[in-house]
Design a binder for this molecule. Structure first.
Ligand code: FA5
Length: 361
């Protein structure tokens, strides 16, 4: 294959031959000096030779052909013919060199753009959904399959949606500055997803079935099971004749699908102002089937979250007649649920953005 220096030598030699031929045929004329040809890369070298002889203003042959007019009339035809013959030879030499130059440039392009299939490939590191997002999507899929709509709600909400409409009285401790992050007197970061119950009941007419996963904020000290910001999922089902039995059945189906094995549920009476009756909801540990293990702290039971029948005051605050409709609601923490499913013993790990942790999911 032609390399650059062979081509450079060929162009320089061709030029030297032209110079010699010119001097032999036109001994009375001297040629201008032309140095530094070998220092140029082949394409520029070719251009320089072309310009030396043929440039439209200062090319040697252009100037000589112009000079013909100053010669005596009887010398003009023979000189003109000789110069034109020489010019044709220069053009032929240049066009032959050009063909070589093209072949050389094409080979260079192919060499430059060639793919070396023996080189190691580039490994593209693919991202994936955060473990909490993965669990949230699984939870959504299970409830959507049961006919629930997925609702979104504001993370910053008014005191009305955070407390008043949820039947939380003005003196309730949950309203304290020590429990809730306030923006001002009227606005606070929601401390539970239950505010979405109110938005949903105002927006839609019953019957309605929704779940509302989202971020909530509490003035809790971070530890292995607490964060000041975490995720909950709220559930709400309002229709004529809804009872605790529907609540229990729904959660049982949900947990059975989530853990992919039959799960037993139990209610412990509890108090949440927006439900009556209210319950803490536990499920039998699916890992030891109630026998007691490290995950359920040897109690056989795991706490899911709060639940109950929507309080008539809450229905009324949303313009729903509690004599016509009843409903159940529940709310549980996604962070702790994911910790159970994945065997994570510290929920602070979710928010540290450590790839050594995140890439395991
Ligand atoms: C509530 O927030 C109620 N809104 C639940 C509810 C909804 C009751 C509808 C009745 C009807 P609770 O404060 O217990 O309940 O919180 C629910 C869950 O949030 C807990 O079971 C726990 O899983 C999770 N949780 C609470 N605090 C934290 C925290 N600091 N960090 C991580 N998870 C938390």
């Amino acid at each position: 294959m032609l390399d650059a220096s062979t081509l450079q030598t060929a162009i320089a030699n061709a030029h030297q031959q032209l110079v010699r031929a010119f001097c032999e045929r036109f001994p009375e004329w001297t040629l201008p000096a032309f140095d530094g040809l070998m220092a140029l890369p082949p394409r520029r070298q070719w251009q320089a030779v072309n310009d030396y002889w043929l440039a439209r203003k200062h090319g040697v042959l252009t100037l000589k052909l112009k000079e013909l007019g100053t010669l005596p009339a009887d010398q003009r035809p023979s000189r003109g013919a000789a110069l034109n013959r020489f010019k044709a030879e220069v053009e032929a030499v240049l066009s032959q060199l050009e063909a070589q130059l093209r072949a050389f440039e094409e080979a260079e392009t192919i060499r430059r753009e060639a793919v070396d299939v023996t080189l190691p490939g580039l490994v593209r590191r693919r991202g994936r959904a955060h473990p909490l997002t993965q669990i949230r999507e699984r939870i959504e899929d299970i409830f959507v399959a049961m006919g629930y709509a997925v609702e979104d709600g504001p993370e910053v909400d008014t005191v009305f949606y955070n407390f008043d409409a949820l039947n939380i009285p003005p003196n309730h401790p949950a309203r304290d500055l020590t429990d809730t992050f306030y923006i001002d007197d009227e606005l606070a970061l929601r401390s539970q997803t239950s505010n979405v119950q109110i938005h949903a009941m105002q927006r839609r007419k019953p019957p309605l079935r929704i779940i509302a996963p989202g971020r909530v904020f509490r003035r809790d000290e971070p530890d292995a099971t607490h964060n000041p910001m975490f995720f909950q999922v709220e559930g709400l089902n309002v229709a004529p004749g809804i009872s605790m039995a529907d609540l229990k059945g729904t959660l049982q189906v949900f947990l059975t699908k989530l853990f992919e094995r039959p799960v037993t549920l139990r209610f412990r009476p509890s108090y949440f102002p927006f439900v009556e009756p209210g319950a803490e909801t536990d499920f039998q540990c699916p890992f030891c089937e109630g026998a007691g293990c490290r995950i359920c702290k040897h109690t056989g039971w795991i706490e899911l979250g709060g639940s109950g029948m929507v309080h008539p005051n809450v229905l009324r605050a949303c313009g729903i007649d509690p004599t016509e409709f009843s409903g159940f609601a529940f709310g549980f923490g996604i962070d702790r649920m994911a910790a159970l499913l994945y065997g994570i013993d510290d929920i602070r790990l979710y928010y540290e953005n450590d790839l050594r942790f995140l890439s395991q999911f």
